[in-house]
Design a protein around this ligand. Structure first.
Ligand SMILES: [Ca+2]
Length: 448
């Protein structure tokens, strides 16, 4: 049951590629309808006017209260390094020709590398050093696309990235998320849901788009809005922070803290809100395609999508994404990550409360309990009495689902067992495990 946390191969091909095709085509159509599209092939105009509303920034900024960091990549490291494989997997190939994109996504550091100054750079080049074959023949461009599937997911929280996008006709950078159950039989896209935090097409350099897609509101009926910089400025001129603040029944988009869109189930006309479950993150730079159109003689290569950081924070009780604080148990001791080490597999124990971050837990609205950016996890998704409880990358599996009961039990429903201090021993360093719920003091916890 334990998901392999360090897979290096390409993700399986799946409908989500089509998902983005349909989704992005929807935005194409909308732009055509609203008349803001200046270029690019448009083949269908039957888009509901509701799909995109262009709004200027509303008054007010997003919240700045401190929240627990669930995921962070600041892209620090030596110039030329590939991205951290513990956090990201590279997608390889031509995206199955979806959206009629023209790039070939390469693995390793060929088109996605750290710059040595704390940034990830995704580079789109007009080249084909590997004689890559694309859906339309010999590939004309290389680029990169990466995701956190199987490595990190989140339900709710603030998901943000600080990015300096590329420029030019045919460029199509994106920062977005897909429901982690997209692979599940009977789910698939669009039931799995898609949250597009930021998309830009090169012919509209001052505008970005935020969109949600789900059952009955995918493709041309995706629901979104656009944000346009004032005074004719281009997003490629500077870094900007693109974010969603995601809570139960609410997703709010912002650029540099300026809120420009909020969506709730009330926007769906009775259709199903599919944003109450884990999603994974995606960064990519596509070249060409139905929405952006092809590069032309004006397009300068290479183009660079520069990412300063990607960060997911949560644990803000006001935002509904969780409650953060200590969890105390037997003899008043604190639930504690051993050695304050956030490596996968680190035991979770009890220890005197000391104010350390290793004792700060977020009881999430998504059923996870998190510390040091990782999740409280039943080893191997075990169900037997005595299975150790550890810290592991949050991965959306049942091994990381917990229910805090009114009786102060912390139950893992997958095992139908309680979080338990081993041998009812209150000594510092005593490990935790799961055990049949028995109502004893070593299974009683006070949560934030
Ligand atoms: Ca950075």
């Amino acid at each position: 049951m334990r998901p392999t946390p360090h897979t290096d191969g390409p993700p399986p091909r799946r409908r989500r590629s089509w998902a983005s095709a349909a989704a992005l085509l929807g935005l194409t159509l909308t732009l055509a309808v609203t008349g803001t599209a200046a270029a690019g092939p448009v083949t269908d105009r039957a888009t509901p006017a509701k799909a995109t509303e262009t709004r200027t920034a509303e008054a007010g900024t997003t919240e700045t209260r401190p929240m627990a960091v669930l995921f962070e990549d600041t892209f620090d490291g030596p110039a030329g390094s590939a991205v951290d494989g513990r956090k990201w997997q590279m997608e390889i190939g031509d995206n199955s020709g979806n959206n009629h994109e023209r790039q070939y996504y390469t693995p390793g550091n060929a088109n996605a590398a750290l710059d040595g100054n704390g940034n990830l750079v995704i580079t789109a080049r007009k080249e084909n050093p590997g004689n890559y074959q694309c859906w339309y023949g010999r590939c004309e461009y290389t680029s990169a696309r990466m995701n956190t599937a199987g490595k990190f997911t989140t339900t709710y929280g603030r998901i943000e990235a600080r990015i300096k996008i590329p420029r030019g006709q045919g460029m199509w950078p994106a920062f977005w998320m897909l429901g982690a159950d997209i692979h599940n039989p009977g789910v698939g896209w669009p039931n799995s849901g898609e949250i597009d935090i930021m998309e830009n097409v090169g012919y509209a350099p001052g505008t970005v788009h935020g969109t949600i897609h789900g059952p009955g509101y995918s493709g041309g009926e995706g629901i979104g809005a656009a944000y346009t910089l004032p005074n004719g400025r281009a997003f490629a001129d500077d870094f900007h922070t693109f974010a969603v603040d995601w809570a139960p029944n609410s997703i709010t988009w912002s650029v540099d803290g300026q809120v420009y869109q909020r969506r709730t189930p009330a926007d769906l006309g009775g259709k199903r809100w599919v944003f109450d479950k884990p999603f994974f993150l995606i960064l990519n730079l596509a070249v060409g395609g139905d929405w952006p159109g092809l590069p032309d003689n004006s397009t300068v290569f290479p183009q660079r999508m520069v990412v300063d950081h990607v960060r997911v924070t949560g644990g803000d009780s006001g935002g509904g994404s969780g409650r953060t604080g200590t969890i105390t148990g037997l003899a008043g001791k604190c639930l504690d990550v051993a050695w304050a080490n956030n490596a996968n597999g680190t035991p979770v124990q009890i220890h005197d409360c000391n104010g350390n971050a290793a004792q700060q837990w977020t009881v999430g609205g998504d059923g996870t309990i998190r510390a040091l950016g990782k999740c409280l996890d039943v080893s191997g998704a075990g169900k037997a009495d005595g299975t150790p409880v550890q810290l592991w990358d949050c991965n959306g599996t049942p091994a990381q689902q917990w229910v805090v009961t009114p009786a102060r039990d912390i139950v893992n429903p997958n095992a139908d067992k309680c979080l338990d201090v081993k041998d009812n021993n209150s000594a510092n360093g005593t490990k935790t495990q799961i055990w049949t719920c028995s109502g004893t003091a070593n299974q009683k916890w006070n949560t934030p």
